[in-house]
Design a protein around this ligand. Structure first.
Ligand SMILES: NC(=O)c1ccc[n+]([C@@H]2O[C@H](COP(=O)([O-])OP(=O)(O)OC[C@H]3O[C@@H](n4cnc5c(N)ncnc54)[C@H](O)[C@@H]3O)[C@@H](O)[C@H]2O)c1
Length: 458
């Protein structure tokens, strides 16, 4: 059994909660505490209704909470007792001042560094778990090691690659774990201590050690590459719609090339989530700040293509519903940015809803897990919007259904029953290409998939 170790995670969000639950589960020798300034969130982590929905998460938390996993608001005490501190606070895009709309807002991050410094009485390893601009560790180092108390902090970068919706599976069986440190004896010792935690369940050959700047930049680059694939196939989807090519057939033909591979080639209404936009914009901002304008423009176009795809989806709805949706009831199937999560941050559904409302549609939103977040996202938005847990009721009296999240439940609905309750002509805009389009057409719907010819009733 390895030596006991005290692990702290600051930030009990989508990353901190699941990551620490799995570390506690797989490392019985570690006492893991997760702290947050948000007392409601901590209370939820300590209750039967966890603050986030993630398949498999409840089971892991139930196994380890109170054994070697603890959720608390006592940040100072957590810091004092910890040997290794993971920092997993949010790093959203700045919405003010210099770099507004592109640079990362590092205020939470810096506050955390100062809190660590104020409450430490011994040397510690500080792990960057949040996604950060490359070279953030330099600022961390300067803040933490500015102390005159002889304390030494070793900053390590261990970016998280989990995907929401499959977080527990990704954490239990990661493609790789990346740990970067300064290439000094102390730095390498710190990164080895973090690697030892993961080695309790991750094969050593999947634990990649690197210099700290490579680790920071790899996370931004990985997200940019993933988003780029979606924007690439979405750009092709627009071309498919005007040439009678079928985007699923094209994606299959392209993706079976072993140099390209099949994943992340699914055309859709667009990508969302808390990471892709902000991390690419952050990359763009960094490139610009080094005078690399072509690099910045290149990556910026990935986000622009996504914005265009979202807007194009609504334009296509309008164009095919006789150029007006004013007063028409439109049911949105799904609001989460993807299936198996309740997270709606940067969800294309937000943009689609706002644009439909701007055109005076009457929007009805249904989603199995994201209705509370949807209500929050649309608070104060002008227009007629309803929230309805039951998709059948949402579709009642609607002129159109737009599928915005690829929840399995939408594939299995009784569309004959749905059609009978809708206005005619009835439209389906499948923003995720998950429905059986031919069957819907045969039932009597006008069907508009992404990147395929529409199936229109005569
Ligand atoms: N969500 C993802 O899928 C994902 C995946 C990989 C990496 N990341 C990165 O991980 C980081 C966290 O993301 P998230 O989705 O978990 O964010 P989140 O907003 O769900 O959670 C962050 C938490 O940090 C807390 N916090 C902020 N400042 C604090 C402070 N000073 N002290 C204590 N707690 C504080 C907030 O209250 C919040 O609960 C981000 O940098 C993100 O880019 C996210």
């Amino acid at each position: 059994m390895p030596n006991p170790v005290n692990v702290l995670c600051i930030g009990a969000g989508y990353v901190g909660g699941p990551t620490m639950a799995v570390i506690a589960d797989r490392c019985p020798h570690a006492r893991v505490t997760v702290v947050d300034i948000n007392a409601d969130r901590i209370a939820a982590w300590n209750s039967d209704t966890l603050p986030i929905y993630e398949p498999g998460l409840d089971e892991v938390v139930r196994r380890v909470r109170g054994r070697n996993l603890f959720f608390s608001t006592d940040i100072a005490c957590g810091i004092r007792d910890a040997d290794i501190i993971f920092v997993s606070v949010n790093t959203p895009t700045k919405n003010f001042g210099e770099g507004c709309g592109r640079a990362a807002d590092l205020q939470h991050w810096e506050k955390t560094a100062r809190q660590i410094l104020a409450n430490s009485t011994a040397n510690k390893i500080v792990v960057e778990k949040s996604t950060l601009p490359v070279r953030t560790a330099q600022a961390m180092d300067r803040i933490l090691n500015s102390n005159t108390r002889g304390l030494r902090f070793e900053v390590v970068s261990n970016p998280e690659f989990l995907a929401e919706g499959s977080a527990i599976r990704d954490l239990e069986n990661p493609d790789r774990v990346l740990i970067g440190s300064h290439e000094t004896p102390e730095g390498r010792r710190a990164r080895r201590a973090v690697a030892d935690l993961y080695a309790s369940w991750v094969p050593r050959e999947r634990i990649i050690e690197s210099n700290i700047w490579s680790a920071e930049l790899s996370k931004l680059a990985a997200n940019a590459f993933l988003a780029q694939r979606i924007s690439s196939i979405n750009s092709i989807s627009a071309l498919c719609e005007v040439t009678e090519a079928d985007v699923d057939e094209v994606a299959y033909a392209v993706g079976t090339d072993s140099r390209i591979g099949p994943r992340f080639l699914k055309a859709s209404v667009g990508f969302g989530g808390s990471c892709f936009h902000k991390d690419i914009l952050n990359l763009v901002y960094i490139a610009e700040s080094y005078g690399l304008h072509e690099v910045a423009r290149y990556w910026e176009s990935v986000v622009r293509m996504n914005d265009w795809q979202e807007a194009r989806f609504v334009r296509r709805m309008l164009a095919n519903m006789f150029n007006t949706v004013a007063g028409k009831r439109i049911a949105l199937f799904g609001f989460a940015f993807k299936a198996n999560t309740g997270d709606t941050r940067e969800s294309p559904a937000i943009v689609v809803t706002r644009q439909l409302l701007a055109d005076h549609a009457h929007v009805v939103i249904t989603d199995p897990k994201a209705l509370d977040n949807a209500r929050h996202d649309l608070a104060g938005v002008d227009g007629h919007v309803e929230f309805e847990a039951d998709p059948y009721k949402a579709a009642e009296g609607a002129h159109a259904i737009a599928v915005l999240t690829e929840w399995d439940v939408y594939k299995e609905l009784d569309y004959k029953r749905i059609l009978e309750s809708m206005e005619r002509p009835a439209f389906v805009f499948d923003g995720r290409n998950i429905l059986d389009h031919r069957r819907l057409f045969e039932l009597g719907f006008n069907v508009f998939p992404i990147g395929k010819s529409p199936l229109k009733q005569p």
